[in-house]
Design a protein around this ligand. Structure first.
Ligand SMILES: [Zn+2]
Length: 278
C-alpha cells in the first residue's frame, strides 16, 4: 500500500516532514514538500526517493515545473547540509568514545555468541564496533549491550560503512551482524566485513568492489525465513548480483530450527547443540 501525504496540513510554501514511506521518527525530516497552491503540490523523500504529487490533473505549466524544481532543490540542499552536520558530529563523538575505550577481553555478548573480539573495544560495559569507510575513516560506532541490544550513534553515517576482520586474500565475505561475520571468519579464515543491516549489504558490497576490483565477494545471507518478504535473503541476493558476487545461505536442514534462527552464528550454535546431545 502506498502511503499518502496529508496535503491539507501544509500551507502554501516549502516544508520538511517525516517521510511516510521510510520515516521512523517525526524529527527525521527527510522529505521535502512544496505547495504552490491548494491544488498543486509535490513531495519528495531525499532518503528513499519516494515521490508524491497532489492533484496534478492538468499539465503543469513550464513556470510551475521550474518553480517546483528550484524549490525542491533548495529543500534538498538544506536536508543534505543538515545530514552532513549530524554525521560530522557523530564522527567526532565516535572518535572520542573510541579513544576512551579499552580493548575487549571478554563480554557477555561475545560469550553468548561464542565468538572472539577481533579488535572491537569496550566502554562502560558496551561493546563498540566501528563503522569505517573504504578509506578506513571512522564515521560512527555500533554499541552492543550485554543483552545484545544494538544501537548506532545518533545521526552517524552507516551507508557504505563496515567493520572488517582479517586480511583479504582473494576473497571477502560480507555479513549483516558482527557475531555472524566473526563466526564466518573464525570457521573459514576468510576476511569478512560487517555491513550491520540488510539495507547496507549493497552499499558495502559496492564499496568493497570499488576498493578490490578483482576479489571474490561472498554475501553471507541472514535467512529471515519467518519474516514476510525475507528481507535478509532478498537484500543479500540483490547485493551479490550487483557486484558479481556469490550468495551463501545457512543450511538448517536436519536441525531444530527456531523461528529466530536465521544466520551463520545461529547455524553454528544449533550444530554444536546437536553434536552435544548425541
Ligand atoms: Zn523516504
Amino acid at each position: 500500500m502506498t502511503p499518502h501525504i496529508l496535503w491539507n496540513e501544509f500551507p502554501v510554501g516549502d516544508h520538511r516532514a517525516m517521510c511516510p514511506m521510510c520515516g521512523t521518527k517525526p524529527k527525521k525530516r527527510d522529505m521535502g514538500i512544496t505547495i504552490l497552491s491548494p491544488e498543486s503540490g509535490v513531495a519528495h523523500c531525499f532518503r528513499c526517493g519516494f515521490v508524491a504529487t497532489n492533484r496534478h490533473e492538468r499539465e503543469l505549466t513550464e513556470a510551475e515545473r521550474k518553480a517546483f524544481k528550484r524549490r525542491m532543490d533548495a529543500l534538498r540542499k538544506a536536508h543534505d547540509a543538515e545530514q552532513r552536520e549530524r554525521q560530522a558530529q557523530a564522527a567526532a563523538e565516535a572518535a572520542q568514545l573510541w579513544l576512551k575505550s579499552q580493548p575487549c577481553l571478554e563480554h557477555p555478548y561475545l560469550s553468548k555468541k561464542g565468538v572472539k573480539a577481533h579488535g572491537v573495544r569496550v566502554h562502560g560495559g558496551l561493546l563498540l564496533v566501528p563503522l569505517r569507510d573504504a578509506n578506513g575513516v571512522l564515521h560512527s560506532l555500533q554499541t552492543i549491550d550485554r543483552n545484545g541490544d544494538k544501537r548506532f550513534l545518533s545521526g552517524g553515517k552507516v551507508k557504505g560503512c563496515y567493520f572488517s576482520i582479517g586480511r583479504p586474500s582473494g576473497r571477502i565475505v560480507i555479513a549483516e551482524g558482527f557475531a555472524t561475520a566473526a563466526t564466518v571468519h573464525e570457521d573459514s579464515g576468510h576476511a569478512v566485513a560487517v555491513a550491520y543491516n540488510s539495507g547496507n549489504l549493497l552499499p558495502v558490497a559496492k564499496a568493497l568492489r570499488s576498493k578490490y576490483p578483482c576479489i571474490d565477494l561472498y554475501i553471507a545471507a541472514d535467512d529471515d525465513w519467518q519474516t514476510p518478504g525475507n528481507p535478509g535473503m532478498t537484500a543479500a541476493t540483490e547485493a551479490a548480483r550487483a557486484v558479481g558476487g556469490l550468495l551463501m545461505k545457512p543450511d538448517f536442514n536436519g536441525l531444530q530450527r527456531g523461528p529466530k534462527d536465521s544466520d551463520f552464528n545461529d547455524l553454528k550454535r544449533l550444530i554444536q547443540e546437536k553434536e552435544a546431545s548425541q
